[in-house]
Ligand binder design. Structure first.
Ligand code: NAD
Length: 343
């Protein structure tokens, strides 16, 4: 019997997965952290520079929806734990082209689940989103998403994530697969792809470019610093109950306009850069998580409130210009070839 765990993190070259891989490689030097990622436009191995030479880290390029590849990989690795971050994650892209969201988010998840039930697994963890609950009205600040809130997805992205969650929980009920699901609010922090609101605002404001804000900027999101999300998943892997769902959020609700104004203030840039643009179709009004279960059952508490986390985030973008400039000018796409071809 082996003394270490093979932990496969899918989507580990993305924003949250990349932060989670670094967290796990540093925290569990005795375990093997295997980053399985297809390197779509959203996957960037430059995010993993700090761990790429660690002996307990390995990168494998591949598609979670490729059944033959996934079964061969499981046969070879016999993973103990799967943490599935791999997904198409951008709502605007899902409105343009829903099909790839079904393939990666739904077919990819069921492919992993089937491999888990064929080869056996200690834990399968699905990283989901509060967007599966739909949205809340702006005039009811007393309402929050709990784990019992019915699924009511609005966008093709969240519909695909909700379908995946249903499969994960169905595999627990039907096949007794040891699964957990977490549904987190909006994340922000280091290594966030520049098409998303906060990094977009930071990178454009630094160039004194106009800052597009949907509608009137009234939509409310509940923001969590990415490291707090990583810590929450770590706790769920250790102490979470099989077959259960955990909502993750830190009560940091802000309107989009507030978020943009806060970033401008930290950067010392003028609010005149803000431009209101036509609203996103079907735009969810408000998300807000009730994290009581995480707090009471697992003792989780976020370390950063929004005002502290946003300063850390802006500082990170200022200190790591090369990382996001390589994305904006497309150079990150060649990094895999440079680092891994011929290995
Ligand atoms: P991301 O788009 O930054 O990263 C996704 C990663 O998955 C990329 O590295 C991409 O290359 C990889 N990938 C895509 N298709 C793949 C496939 N078929 N096979 C293997 N890898 C593939 O996404 P993110 O923002 O880091 O989100 C990660 C997960 O967390 C997603 O499942 C998302 O639904 C969930 N989530 C995100 C947030 C958020 O605020 N960003 C909040 C809650 C939950």
């Amino acid at each position: 019997t082996k003394s270490f765990m093979n932990i496969v993190v899918t989507g580990g070259a993305g924003f949250i997965g990349g932060n989670f891989v670094q967290y796990m490689v540093n925290k569990y030097p005795q375990d093997m952290i295997i980053n399985l990622d297809l390197l779509t436009y959203a996957g960037n191995l430059e995010t993993l520079k700090s761990v790429e030479n660690c002996t307990n880290y390995k990168f494998i390029k591949g598609d979670i929806a490729d059944r033959k590849f996934i079964f061969e990989l499981f046969d070879e690795l016999k993973p103990d734990i799967i943490v599935n971050f791999a997904a198409e994650s951008h709502v605007d892209r899902s409105i343009e082209d829903p099909e790839i969201f079904v393939r990666t988010n739904v077919v990819g998840t069921t492919t992993l689940l089937d491999a888990c039930r064929t080869y056996g697994i200690k834990r399968y963890h699905q990283v989901s989103t509060d967007e599966v609950y739909g949205d809340l009205p702006l005039n009811r600040p007393d309402l929050f998403f709990t784990e019992e809130t019915p699924l009511n997805a609005s966008s093709p992205y969240s519909a695909a994530k909700a379908a995946a969650d249903m499969f994960v929980l169905a595999y627990h009920r039907t096949y007794k697969l040891p699964v957990t699901v977490s549904r987190c609010s909006n994340n922000y922090g280091p290594y966030h792809f520049p098409e998303k609101l906060i990094p977009l605002i930071i990178s454009r404001a630094l160039n004194d470019e106009e800052l597009p804000v949907y509608g009137k900027g009234e939509n409310v999101r509940d923001w969590l610093y990415v490291e707090d999300h990583c810590h929450a998943i770590d706790l769920i892997l250790k102490k979470g109950r099989e077959g259960e769902v955990y909502n993750i959020g830190g009560h940091n609700e802000r309107t989009n306009l507030d978020v943009v104004k806060t970033v401008l203030k930290v950067l010392n840039k003028p609010e005149e850069l803000i431009r209101f643009v036509a609203d996103r179709p079907g735009h969810d009004m408000r998300y807000a998580i009730d994290p009581t279960k995480m707090e009471k059952q697992l003792g989780w508490k976020p370390k950063y409130d929004f005002d502290t986390g946003i300063v850390k985030t802006v500082e990170w973008y200022l200190n790591n210009e090369a990382w996001w400039k390589n994305i904006i000018n497309g150079e990150y796409i060649g990094y895999f070839d440079k680092m891994y071809k011929g290995r």
